[in-house]
Design a binder for this molecule. Structure first.
Ligand SMILES: [Zn+2]
Length: 237
């Protein structure tokens, strides 16, 4: 099957982003004033941006992968805080129709990373896949929406079928990090077509222990040992 037929449906709306965004605040639904764009000032005030794109030294996200897997560069857009806005963002992305919100943050991320040297060579964007059963129940993959937003700003395509999840990982929540790694270590199947790319950006909504990401990275490196891998998430917990 032609790869691009499986790029996500939202990329069709790239040039129509003014139609993608509804009128109210994307996070709390409040009516926006004339000065506010997509997110109201109450929510905006609660969002804690990492500014990782400005760091010269290693960030907490870089350190998350130390001693585990080789990663070329990393970026998280916001800190996940125990406040209403953070929680609503992740809830909306997962359980409401979070597509406009994911797309919006994706474009913000793209704008932050556009001038960053370590991301300039990215020629492929891959959202962390959901198991197809989960995607079917939810109707969409929230990471794909973020990836699509990034892709409209940076010159790299989103291709969703190069990595697939092969089994559920829903039993992982009560285990510790090492048991969890065992549990997720075999869940990704990577298409050898990924070898023709130089630098892949993996995109997820939130990173906590990094176990799932670690597993995906190892699966990609097994398949394409020379590819550069960068990790981008909307939030870091
Ligand atoms: Zn709001």
């Amino acid at each position: 099957m032609e790869q691009h037929s499986l790029t996500s449906k939202w990329s069709l709306l790239k040039d129509l982003s003014h139609l993608v965004y509804p009128e109210g605040c994307l996070i709390c639904d409040r009516e926006l004033s004339a000065q506010e764009k997509h997110i109201c000032s109450f929510c905006q005030e609660q969002i804690s941006y990492t500014d990782y794109q400005l760091y010269q030294d290693d960030t907490d996200m870089d350190k998350l992968f130390w001693g585990r897997v080789q990663v070329y560069s990393t970026y998280a857009h916001i800190h996940f805080k125990k406040n209403a806005a953070s929680q609503k963002i992740l809830f909306n992305l997962k359980y409401k129709d979070g597509s406009p919100l994911g797309y919006y943050f994706g474009q913000e991320i793209g704008n932050r990373l556009l001038g960053v040297d370590k991301f300039k060579s990215c020629d492929l964007i891959v959202p962390v896949p959901l198991h197809h059963k989960k995607a079917f129940i939810r109707g969409y993959n929230q990471s794909e929406m973020i990836a699509d937003g990034i892709s409209t700003i940076m010159d790299a395509p989103v291709i969703v079928d190069l990595a697939k999840r092969t089994k559920h990982s829903s039993t992982q929540t009560k285990k510790n990090r090492f048991q969890r790694w065992d549990n997720v270590s075999e869940i990704f199947k990577v298409d050898p077509k990924i070898q023709k790319y130089n630098h892949v950006m993996l995109v997820d909504d939130v990173i906590t222990t990094g176990a799932t990401m670690e597993s995906l990275i190892k699966s990609i490196q097994n398949c394409a040992p020379d590819i550069r891998i960068s990790v981008v998430t909307l939030a870091i917990a």
